[in-house]
Design a protein around this ligand. Structure first.
Ligand SMILES: *Cc1c(COP(=O)(O)O)cnc(C)c1O
Length: 403
């Protein structure tokens, strides 16, 4: 079975778990900043903890935070749990990012931060974002922070410039499903010394170390994932997913979309062993980025899909965390591929304003593109370890589904 995602890990990461290294978290931060060419990087247990802590550290409360209607629910959760109000913006079906006209209209005098999100690795037009925010700052007479969500994009480029440095800060998720991983984990980057030092102080005063059982669980998690994602074993992993609630129970502890919540360990700082894995992964980042782009190009060249399917845009500078296709009957396509030993992904199956606990934040606005995406997107495997034979097989199966 070809899995829908697969962390790019091997024995190097396993060795990193058991190899001592002094000040590993500090070194991970340093290497992260160097790799992504930002001044400051601050480690967190999750990306969501980083965003939440930013609002706390900056004293942003009871404010409107402008963000996409179509994004990972943890962004909304971090907003609400920090005492703020999400203000949703519908996306475009061209690149699944916020519609800039709607974005501009969503900013009010209550807005204190905006979260440009580079979904699926598609860079937003960061120049327009900056221009719109500058105008709004002038109009409303206070600062509006631009915090980019780079959890999908990492180093996507807009007109040749990395999106990471386009705003006041950026958040990253480093869980096992992300382009690079520190097992769990998140990062906040910034070029702004004042923001970085406020956030660091706040974090160091409020986050606590992980306790031993948590460290042990994390140490086991990576080798377990390596086994679960092994080519020979993945059929069984898939079976477990389909026929038992074992894996679902494991992930639900960390993440529920329907309920505004954080996992119990959201304040337990990234552990040294996770940082050591992260450091190994950073070395591989350039390779991961270019291999994802290669696979995307291969798909663009070779995928002929039915006329009622919509391929994703081919965008210079995109990093393709996911290769998404809109299809009329998602369940059918996914079932068909599974019969042929290919697992297709189905990533964000909700539009934020439609989630019960978020209804009260959405007013009378319609978010139709977000709703369409939530119901019709599938994504093709695009992890760097896919080889040519797998890719050919994938193309053949997808193309044969011409109904
Ligand atoms: C993964 C992700 C995050 C951060 O997630 P954590 O699980 O909290 O690390 C943020 N935004 C998006 C779009 C994501 O996919």
């Amino acid at each position: 079975m070809i899995p829908r995602l697969k962390p790019y890990i091997n024995s190097e990461e396993i060795i990193a778990i058991i190899s001592p290294l002094s000040n590993a978290v500090g070194k991970f931060e340093h290497e992260f900043a160097r790799t992504f060419r930002t001044k400051f990087a601050l480690a967190f247990p999750y990306g969501r903890s980083a965003l939440w802590a930013f609002f706390k550290a900056m004293g942003i409360e009871n404010a409107e935070i402008v963000q996409p209607a179509y994004t990972c629910s943890v962004v909304g959760h971090a907003t609400v749990l920090s005492g703020n109000i999400p203000r949703f913006v519908d996306i475009t079906l061209d690149d699944y990012n916020m519609d800039l006209d709607l974005f501009k209209r969503a900013i009010t005098k209550e807005t204190r931060a905006v979260i440009p999100t580079h979904l699926f690795g598609y860079p937003m037009d960061i120049d327009s974002v900056n221009e719109i925010v500058k105008e709004a700052e002038k109009l409303h007479g206070h600062r509006i922070y631009i915090i980019q969500d780079c959890a999908h994009s990492f180093e996507a480029e807009w007109q040749g410039r990395s999106v990471i440095n386009a705003g006041d800060g950026a958040i990253f998720g480093l869980g096992i499903s992300k382009q690079i991983t520190s097992i769990f984990g998140g990062m906040f980057t910034s070029n702004d010394e004042e923001i970085a030092s406020k956030l660091r102080t706040w974090r160091d005063n409020h986050f606590i170390g992980k306790i031993l059982p948590e460290k042990i669980r994390r140490a086991i998690y990576l080798p377990a994932a390596m086994i679960a994602f092994n080519d020979l074993v993945y059929g069984f992993t898939f079976w477990l997913q389909e026929h038992t609630s074992l894996l679902k129970d494991l992930t639900d502890a960390y993440h529920l979309d329907q309920k505004i919540h954080f996992p119990p360990d959201y304040l337990h700082q990234l552990s040294a062993l996770e940082a050591r894995v992260g450091i190994r992964q950073l070395i591989k980042y350039p390779q991961i980025k270019s291999r994802r782009r290669e696979i995307a190009s291969y798909y663009f060249e070779n995928l002929n899909v039915p006329s009622n399917w919509a391929l994703p845009p081919q965008v210079e500078g995109a990093t393709y965390s996911h290769f998404v296709i809109r299809v009329p009957d998602r369940d059918k396509v996914i079932a068909f591929a599974a019969q042929h030993n290919i697992q297709l992904g189905q990533l964000i199956e909700y539009s934020m304003p439609d989630l019960k606990e978020y209804e009260k934040f959405s007013g009378d606005l319609k978010f139709s593109n977000s709703a369409i995406s939530s119901k019709s997107l599938i994504n093709l495997p695009i992890h760097p370890s896919l080889n040519e034979i797998m890719l050919e097989k994938l193309i053949k199966i997808i193309i044969s589904k011409n109904d």
